[in-house]
Write a protein that binds this ligand. Structure first.
Ligand code: PEP
Length: 249
């Protein structure tokens, strides 16, 4: 069984106006000049998905959304469906990011419904899970992460391409990361849960690590057992930083 290529995905969050497309162009140009083994994706704000897809058409960089609604369409002011993201040129979508779970009250079952919506539209979901600092300090990290996986991953994923991202909430944007042993402990537990849920297919699902990944720590983190890539926030906004991480994969 071949090991899937690592996936390095950039989450621009609510950052980026049209001028930022130059950073995306620079990433694509560098990868064109020096191809890498990793799969690379950029997830800009929804306003830039279509333009980024046009700018990066024909390059090796895939485009993703940062969220979608579960329904295909309807009276949901301000929301966006997976079908709309797909039509705009996205091939992936981040779902269940902790900023959505905390800031928008998304539950595991909300995330599972969104995952089903993404699959309906042909998008590859990147499903985020991770514990808060209080949960880690209470010794609950493994239970929280495996519980979120069980609740957020519908059975329909058995036949689909998808990725999981382990993102400790306290590591996001803080400059803090768990130790390599702590990352390994969670990724190994997440792998066991994926195999329990999806059998042999679960052994091949990329489990990304996310939370303050930067060029200086990427190589060590990406070498940890069962780490199959990275979900990168702040360091994906500048081409040089993002390329530093991609080249560490
Ligand atoms: C994220 O928000 O998905 C993330 C990992 O952010 P950062 O890399 O900035 O910690």
């Amino acid at each position: 069984m071949t090991t899937p290529r690592p996936l390095i995905a950039g989450n621009w969050k609510m950052n980026g106006l049209a001028a930022s497309l130059d950073e995306a162009r620079a990433v694509a140009a560098a990868l064109d000049a020096h191809p890498v083994g990793a799969r690379v994706a950029l997830c800009p704000p929804a306003t830039l998905v279509e333009r980024m897809a046009q700018v990066l058409a024909g390059t090796g960089v895939a485009i993703g959304g940062q969220d979608c609604r579960a329904e295909a369409g309807g009276a949901f002011t301000g929301d966006i469906s997976a079908e709309m993201l797909a039509e705009a040129g996205a091939s992936l979508v981040i779902l269940g990011h902790s900023e959505r779970r905390a800031g928008h009250g998304e539950t595991d079952s909300d995330v599972a419904a969104k995952v089903a919506g993404a699959l309906r539209a042909g998008l590859e979901p990147i499903v985020c899970v991770g514990e808060t600092l209080e949960q880690r300090q209470a010794g609950q990290a493994l239970a929280v992460v495996t519980g979120q996986l069980r609740g957020s991953l519908p059975a329909a994923l058995a036949d689909a391409d998808f990725a999981v991202a382990y993102e400790p909430v306290w590591a996001i944007g803080s400059g803090l990361t768990p130790s390599l042993a702590e990352i390994e402990e969670v990724h190994v537990a997440a792998r066991a849960t994926l195999v329990e849920l999806f059998g042999a297919a679960g052994a091949r699902v990329p489990i990304l690590y996310g939370g303050s990944v930067k060029p200086s720590n990427a190589r060590d983190i990406l070498a940890v057992k069962d780490v199959g890539g990275a979900l990168v926030g702040g360091a994906s906004l500048k081409a040089a930083d993002f390329l530093g991480i991609i080249n560490a994969a």
